[in-house]
Design a protein around this ligand. Structure first.
Ligand code: HEM
Length: 426
């Protein structure tokens, strides 16, 4: 086969499929061959140019005019005709938010919406996060065994996200199902039958977002980032537009909670599978922020992100034509030995872990990164203090099949409640 630039496609590039198990189980490992031999290649199965080295990914992130983020939320598997019809029935109109908006609209909007992310504004949420984590821990601490994903890694970040946004905390279970549908719809490869089911979920999510937004607009004195947007929409409707409000309402719930939930699950999995490292954190909790950062590098919850070339451009020696769609495998960049020494090792003392690409880079870099970090830190602080004898159970991990969001669907741990420090020293 030939790539759109006229070059032949190598056998490995032709075989690459992000929905196959090697990528699903470990995307960085699945692209080791590419990092070593063919760092930019065309994937005929995906119809994307795949970029796997740290420096090339950073070059792309840095130039959002040549490499537009407009396709960041596009369906990676086009909708079937039936699914399309379902979406139309729900009047589905998800369009630009921030993450997929071009300049100059993006920066104008981003600048209007920064206030909620100042260090003081974020710090004000810390007591709430701690209270939520403590309540969830209280519920299981005497039990001896738990699936932490089901018990709290989903619900706490979702509650925090809704609180941060000012969205009423109702229908949490439904919101979680909606999020899964949105992830599969955007980054998955649903079968033709699944497509219709997923489209139903996404259509309902769109309608639901509109209703919640309407309710919030009718009570304009609430607090939270969505209220900031509603207010800016009133003051500057050309910058913070109506469609933006509705699209953002749907996208942000996923952006703010799923990412953090999965990142926390990945971090606990990595740390607990290295008992010596876990013991070190229990003995020296001041190492927790660095450990969380290293987990975001080693096993981040976002593993790939997209751009589209607005002109013909060379990346890593390969010519990508205008209109070429690009999948940057950030998880692979995070394991690039050209930037990280012994990249496959989890090293909580690594001095450049913070250079990782899990939050993206450049003008679109994640606005919520410090909120996500804070949640991970508080989870780790509470667990290392109250359950230092926590152990990972032997288990097979499963993942929601998609290109970009990664974390185990369950995380089973066990401990002996008789050894709980608080029994000795309540
Ligand atoms: C953008 C990851 C948590 C809000 C992004 C991007 C990534 C990302 C990869 C795209 C960056 C780019 O294009 O350069 C993550 C991860 C998180 C996390 C791994 C948790 C561990 C959050 C939270 C919030 C949030 C908690 C909300 C409050 C946003 C927003 C953008 C964004 C608003 C768009 C920024 C822009 O385009 O200007 N995030 N995110 N994220 N994230 Fe996060």
């Amino acid at each position: 086969p030939m790539a759109p630039n006229g070059c032949p496609v190598s056998a490995q590039a032709a075989a690459f499929d992000p929905f196959d198990s090697p990528y699903q189980l470990d995307p960085a490992e699945a692209l080791r061959w590419s990092r070593e031999q063919e760092p930019v290649f065309y994937s005929p199965r995906l119809g994307y140019w795949v970029v796997s080295r740290y420096a090339d990914i950073k070059t792309i992130f840095r130039d959002n005019l040549t490499f537009s983020p407009s396709i960041a939320l596009e369906k990676i598997t086009p909708a079937s005709r039936e699914a399309q019809a379902v979406l139309e029935r729900y009047d589905y109109g998800m369009n630009r938010t921030l993450v997929n908006e071009d300049e100059p609209a993006h920066m104008a909007r981003r600048r209007e919406l920064l206030e909620a992310f100042t260090p003081e504004a974020l710090e004000a949420h810390a007591p709430m996060v701690r209270r939520l984590v403590r309540e969830k821990l209280d519920a299981i601490v005497e039990r001896g065994r738990a699936d932490l994903v089901a018990e709290m890694f989903w619900e706490v970040p979702l509650t925090v996200a809704l609180h941060f946004l000012g969205v009423p905390e109702e229908d949490m279970e439904q919101l979680r199902r909606f999020s899964v549908a949105h992830t599969l719809n955007t980054w998955g490869r649903p079968s033709p039958e699944q497509q219709v089911e997923v489209a139903e979920g996404v259509g309902k999510f769109w309608q639901y977002s509109g209703q919640v937004l309407k309710k919030m607009q009718d009570q304009p004195h609430g607090h939270g980032w969505m209220y900031d947007m509603i207010e800016k929409n009133r003051q500057k409707p050309d910058v913070v537009t109506d469609n933006y409000l509705h699209s953002m309402m749907m996208a942000i719930i996923v952006a703010a909670h799923e990412t953090t939930a999965l990142a926390t699950a990945n971090a606990f999995r990595q740390l607990l599978s290295r008992p010596a490292v876990w013991a070190e954190l229990c003995a020296n909790p001041e190492l927790i922020p660095a450990a969380a950062e290293e987990c975001l590098r080693h096993s981040g919850s976002v593993v790939a992100w997209r751009r589209i070339a607005t002109r013909e451009v060379e990346v890593g020696g390969v010519t990508i034509p205008e209109g070429g769609k690009i999948l940057m495998v950030t998880a692979s960049g995070n394991h690039d030995p050209a930037h990280f020494e012994n990249p496959d090792e989890l090293d909580i003392y690594r001095d450049n872990a913070v250079d990782h690409l899990t939050f993206g880079y450049g003008s679109h870099q994640c606005m919520g990164k410090n909120l996500g970090r804070m949640e991970m830190r508080i989870f780790l602080e509470e667990f290392t203090r109250r359950l230092p004898h926590l152990e990972l159970e032997e288990q097979e991990f499963t993942f929601l099949p998609n290109t970009s969001f990664r974390g185990p669907e369950a995380l089973w741990v066990r401990w002996d409640p008789a050894q709980n420090p608080e029994r000795r020293d309540p």
